[in-house]
Write a protein that binds this ligand. Structure first.
Ligand SMILES: [Mn+2]
Length: 341
């Protein structure tokens, strides 16, 4: 079995020549709001490849900050964070002669940077695994039958005329794939194992990655998880659903930090009878929505219809604008309506 036929070879050639023609510090690599392991994995993996293949530096940008446990990857200290470095980010985008957008399908996922990116005359490349990408890019690698944007990036690099991929890129892309599949649990394809096997063969330190990602939590985070399951989880047996509510009061009590709730939304799915799980997180100005399904229900459609968002069939996100104590009732009402339709 070979590599999946996902990266059109002409497009790979076009991508290679775009990157090779772009100047030093002129290739901007952009990730999404609430950057996760896949996002930081792609960005740092791509930047490390550009450095090694062309001897020049790319500029990595994310809309807001990312969790500490992702900081072991390549040059994460150089990633510009738009929410606190607006001037530097504007300067980078204005000066770009190539913009690579990774792991998102819609410019709104880059928050305030979307207009800047749209206005830039630089060619834009999209590398993503979410359905129905918005048509903003000049060159599109969009593939939903892969585990992650990191995996798609791997197959693009494997299809390159020069396939030498640096060690840091392998570490980053492996991490992105591992986190987006929830450690080889969800959306794993045969190509995913092939990628993992190729990277393992190259001697990447999987044990270290595993430690950094799975066993680096704070005591507060573990106790927060206990609190969420014991007191903040509501069950809806007749809807086969469960809801977790992470309000500000709970966050404060456990000294909440970015990334502490990573993976929480998957926990109720471990209950046999639960097929749909929701995590509602109170943040400044809105409620962040995460939805998961382990059955036939499309949380992508559910999210588009009622929660101002979307995503994958079994993993979606969105936003609500209402007080946190009304969210559970709203969810129940919407899900009931959705399942009856
Ligand atoms: Mn992803």
């Amino acid at each position: 079995m070979g590599a999946p036929n996902i990266a059109d070879i002409d497009n790979v050639g076009r991508f290679y020549s775009l990157v090779s023609r772009s100047g030093d510090r002129k290739t901007v690599i952009v990730g999404h709001h609430n950057p996760d392991g896949d996002c930081i994995g792609c960005l740092t993996g791509m930047e490390a490849w550009i450095e090694s293949a062309f001897g020049k530096t790319g500029i990595m940008i994310v809309p807001d900050s990312f969790p500490d446990y992702l900081k072991f990857m390549h040059n994460t200290g150089d990633i510009l964070v738009y929410s606190r470095q607006k001037d530097k980010v504007c300067e980078a985008i204005l000066g770009a002669d190539l913009i690579i957008c990774m792991d998102f399908n819609n410019l709104s996922r880059t928050e305030g940077m979307g207009d800047l990116i749209a206005a830039s005359k630089a060619p834009k490349v999209l590398i993503d695994h979410h359905p129905s990408p918005e048509p903003f890019a000049d060159l599109v690698f969009s593939e939903t039958e892969v585990s992650s944007a990191s995996e798609l990036t791997w197959w693009i690099l494997m299809a390159m005329p020069d396939v030498s991929v640096p060690f840091q890129t392998k570490t980053s892309l492996y991490t992105g794939m591992m986190t987006d599949t929830n450690n080889f649990c969800n959306t794993v394809y045969p190509s995913t194992f092939l990628m993992a096997s190729q990277i393992a063969e190259a001697g990447v330190d999987r044990e270290r990655i595993q430690m950094e990602i799975m066993n680096s939590f704070s005591e507060d985070r573990m106790r927060l998880m206990g609190q969420m399951l014991l007191c903040n989880m509501k069950m809806y047996p007749e809807l086969k659903a469960a809801v977790l509510i992470l309000d500000k009061k709970t966050k404060d009590r456990f000294n909440y930090r970015d990334g502490d709730s990573e993976g929480f939304v998957n926990l109720p799915l471990k209950i046999k009878e639960v097929e749909i799980s929701a995590l509602f997180t109170e943040v400044d100005g809105f409620i962040k929505v995460s939805l998961r399904s382990k059955g036939a229900v499309s949380v992508n459609r559910l999210c588009r219809q009622y929660f101002n968002g979307g995503g994958h069939e079994r993993a979606s996100g969105g936003r609500l604008y209402m007080p946190v104590d009304e969210v559970a009732d709203y969810f129940e009402k919407c899900l009931r309506e959705f399942l009856q339709a």
